[in-house]
Design a protein around this ligand. Structure first.
Ligand SMILES: [Zn+2]
Ligand SMILES: [Zn+2]
Length: 421
């Protein structure tokens, strides 16, 4: 048994923000209450720390199978544990693509052997994510996928998306889409605007995202399926998500730490600033911060996208899209949202826990009988992130060398300490 004493419990599900102890028995929470005692149990002194339900990352890339030069399930989940994540959802764009039960099982078997945190795979919506025929969605769900997506690209056509949604609705599976009109985005490497002109780089307009968000939201309305918009970056996209919800459609969205922290004005001729969707305008960033505060945004997701230095350290135009994100996500959220006073502690925790759980159609709370997954973090701990010391195999982050106030301090998964600072 593990007794977590003297912590500040922050549980959005019950709106609890109080000094309480938590007793874990095996893989479950046994008890929560003031001044607990349990003879013979191991004690974790959480004085000065927030004790939250285990963080869930809805969107990451672990690169295994096929991309082990950049990341493996082992290194990626070790980085996730250091970021406070107790569960991560890897996207299916591996090689082979996770479009069948056998690939799903392979990922889960590897995770069971090496991962310190839970791995909840996302299955492809279409075979090889090519946008032609449906993937084996039902068989993958039985094997353990928690949602479907063709991330890396949008679900190709409205017709296919409708089929995917009609298939997923009775299964209770959320359809996650990387919203991008590929004809508007073709050849672009950053957001279109004064900055792209000055750098001489091809830009894509915000509408490349929003056009697709509108298509997807309409089809969520038509089919009754749950749609989740991945890495939403544009103000207008968020307005259409709000509008779809007002119509009663089941539409949710996530925002990444890099999109609520940086803008296209930060882009320099350095491929660590190249990701998709690209960094957006100042006005977009303000809208994302407002949406994170007012409840329009459901989750913070990292879109952790490692690329080995040999692949990423090339000309901006040739470099792959994506940056790493597990180890800086919470610290950036504290920096941009909490320490600025934009949101309170329970809302911050909600964006990493109950919010993402709701997107997947499940719950997250600290209560007797629930899984013993907890994230312990400090609001004040001062530290500097050094990409060189990351547990990830990749170093592609624009936040290398950034100093932070607040950090993950321990990650507890199924009653065991998966990582401790
Ligand atoms: Zn994507
Ligand atoms: Zn992604």
């Amino acid at each position: 048994m593990l007794l977590i004493k003297n912590g500040r419990i922050a549980d959005p599900a019950s709106q609890t923000d109080a000094a309480l102890d938590v007793l874990l028995d095996g893989e479950k929470v046994a008890q929560i209450g003031p001044s607990l005692e349990a003879a013979g149990s191991e004690i974790f002194d959480a004085a000065g720390l927030v004790v939250a339900p285990g963080f869930i990352d809805l969107h990451c890339h672990l690169r295994e199978p096929g991309g082990e030069l950049s990341e493996t399930i082992e290194t990626g989940t070790r980085a996730a544990a250091r970021g406070g994540f107790t569960a991560v959802c890897p996207m299916p764009n591996t090689n082979p693509v996770n479009d069948s039960a056998s690939v799903t099982r392979g990922i889960l078997e590897r995770a069971a052997a090496v991962a310190p945190v839970r791995v909840w795979p996302i299955g492809a919506a279409s075979r090889e994510s090519k946008g032609e025929a449906l993937a084996e969605i039902g068989a993958m769900q039985q094997a353990g996928i928690v949602a479907v997506s063709d991330d890396g690209r949008p679900i190709a056509t409205a017709k296919l998306l409708r089929q995917v949604m009609e298939y997923c609705r009775p299964l209770g599976l959320t359809v996650i889409d990387h919203c991008e009109d590929v004809s508007l985005a073709a050849g672009a490497v950053m957001r279109e605007g004064p900055r792209s002109v000055r750098l001489g780089l091809r830009g894509m307009p915000a509408e490349a995202e929003t056009v697709c968000v509108i298509r997807d939201a309409l089809l969520a309305g038509l089919t009754g399926a749950r749609l989740h918009v991945a890495h939403l970056s544009a103000k207008a996209s968020l307005e259409f998500v709000r509008g779809a919800r007002q119509r009663g459609y089941a539409v949710t969205c996530e925002v990444t730490p890099h999109h609520f922290t940086l803008t296209d004005e930060d882009v320099v001729y350095d491929s660590r600033y190249k990701m998709n969707p690209p960094l957006a305008s100042r006005e977009d960033r303000e809208a994302l911060l407002a949406g994170l505060a007012d409840g329009s945004v459901d989750a913070i997701a990292t879109d952790h996208a490692p690329h080995h230095t040999s692949l990423k350290d090339v000309e901006f135009d040739r470099a792959p899209f994506g940056i790493t994100g597990f180890e800086t996500a919470l610290a950036l959220a504290l920096e941009q949202l909490f320490h600025t006073g934009r949101i309170g502690l329970l809302r911050l925790v909600e964006l990493f826990t109950t919010g993402p759980a709701r997107v997947l159609g499940c719950e997250r709370r600290i209560a007797a009988g629930e899984p013993a997954d907890l994230t312990l973090f400090s609001l004040e701990h001062e530290w500097t992130f050094h990409a060189e010391q990351s547990a990830s195999k990749s170093r592609n982050t624009p936040f290398d060398g950034r100093s932070f106030r607040g950090a993950p301090m321990a990650t507890i998964v199924a009653g065991r300490i998966a990582w401790r600072r």
